[in-house]
Design a protein around this ligand. Structure first.
Ligand SMILES: [Zn+2]
Length: 335
């Protein structure tokens, strides 16, 4: 028998989601053992606890009421220490969060994403709630979430990733001094994209791509990373990452190496079928422009304006010659 702290829990095997099951270790618990999906300190700092969040079944909840079942042991031993580390780093802004071990940032973002996801899954088990788009009825998505949870368990199980990191994470510096909100959040279950902005720090991440998006975007990222972006530029960068998430065509899977009882940690290997599969579907300017126009909705820039030159979508980050734009000129709104 393996020690419990080295044993992985697979809630997807028999769809074991419920108010009496710890999301992280699978222990049976009483319903009062739960944690908020968004950390208390973050909700307090950015005053969004009472703000509304729309779920897939169209019901609206307040952020503070979004909670997941979690046993006391997992709360005290695994989640709290992580929150303390991230909170400490967050005080130092962009530099602090960039200095943090990427694995921790993955776990921190991952827990919020997963928390939102299992809230949907638990609700779907209620026969009175019939969402239009039931996650539990999407076999391909469930496989993806199952793979994701294997690596997210590094929150609890000491786990080594020998030659990869499960996600692509970008910590972007943005000049948000004139922005109306201090905090922004966005997630997309199907592509596993998640982004948060806390004042000047924007974190965008694809939670399950083994860093492939970051690799594909390295040229752009080299230019963006050392600079402070204007909000319109940050929105474009974010649109590029989200679009890459749509194009991503492979799903990493993970395989546990054999664990021996005396081991102190487990080793997770990754498998990517990139021999028979294309990693990214081809980039299409028209679909990218559609996504970018949504990201630029605040500036009222339409899809047509973006595609004035159909071969070269409008950019606030780079000139057609590929040079970084230090002072972007925001186009006039169409009447
Ligand atoms: Zn637990």
């Amino acid at each position: 028998m393996l020690p419990q702290h080295l044993t992985l829990f697979d809630p997807f095997e028999h769809m074991r989601f419920g108010r009496q099951i710890c999301f992280l270790c699978g222990t049976n618990i009483t319903e009062d053992q739960e944690v908020t999906v968004f950390p208390e300190w973050l909700m307090e700092e950015y005053a969004f606890a009472e703000k509304a969040l729309r779920l897939l079944d169209q019901s609206v909840v307040q952020f503070k009421d979004l909670k997941i079942p979690c046993c006391r042991r997992c709360q005290e031993q695994y989640l709290q220490p992580l929150e303390e580390q991230v909170q400490e780093a967050q005080k130092k802004g962009v530099a602090g969060l960039r200095a943090l071990d990427e694995k921790l940032l993955f776990q921190w973002m991952g827990k919020m994403f997963y928390g939102t996801l299992i809230t949907e899954l638990i609700r779907e088990q209620d026969p009175l709630i019939k969402p239009e788009y039931a996650v539990s009825e999407q076999p391909k998505m469930l496989l993806k979430f199952q793979a994701f949870f294997k690596v997210l368990q590094s929150l609890r199980v000491p786990m080594v990733f020998p030659d990869f990191i499960p996600s692509s994470i970008f910590v972007v510096d943005v000049d948000a001094s004139a922005e109306p909100e201090r905090f922004e959040y966005r997630d997309e279950l199907s592509t596993m994209m998640f982004s948060l902005r806390m004042d000047n720090t924007l974190i965008i991440c694809c939670l399950l791509d083994n860093g492939m998006i970051k690799q594909a975007m390295r040229r752009v990222w080299t230019e963006v990373e050392p600079r402070q972006l204007q909000p319109i530029q940050a929105a474009e960068f974010s649109a590029r990452v989200f679009y890459a998430g749509y194009l991503l065509n492979v799903i990493p899977d993970y395989l546990l190496r054999t664990v021996k009882p005396q081991d102190e940690y487990v080793v997770m290997d990754s498998l990517i079928d990139d021999v028979t599969n294309v990693i990214f579907n081809p980039w299409q300017n028209s679909s990218y422009a559609k996504l970018l126009s949504m990201a630029w909705a605040n500036w009222g820039i339409s899809q047509e304006q973006i595609l004035q030159n159909p071969q070269e979508p409008l950019s606030m980050l780079f000139t057609p010659q590929g040079e970084f734009i230090e002072f972007p000129q925001i186009p006039e709104q169409e009447k």
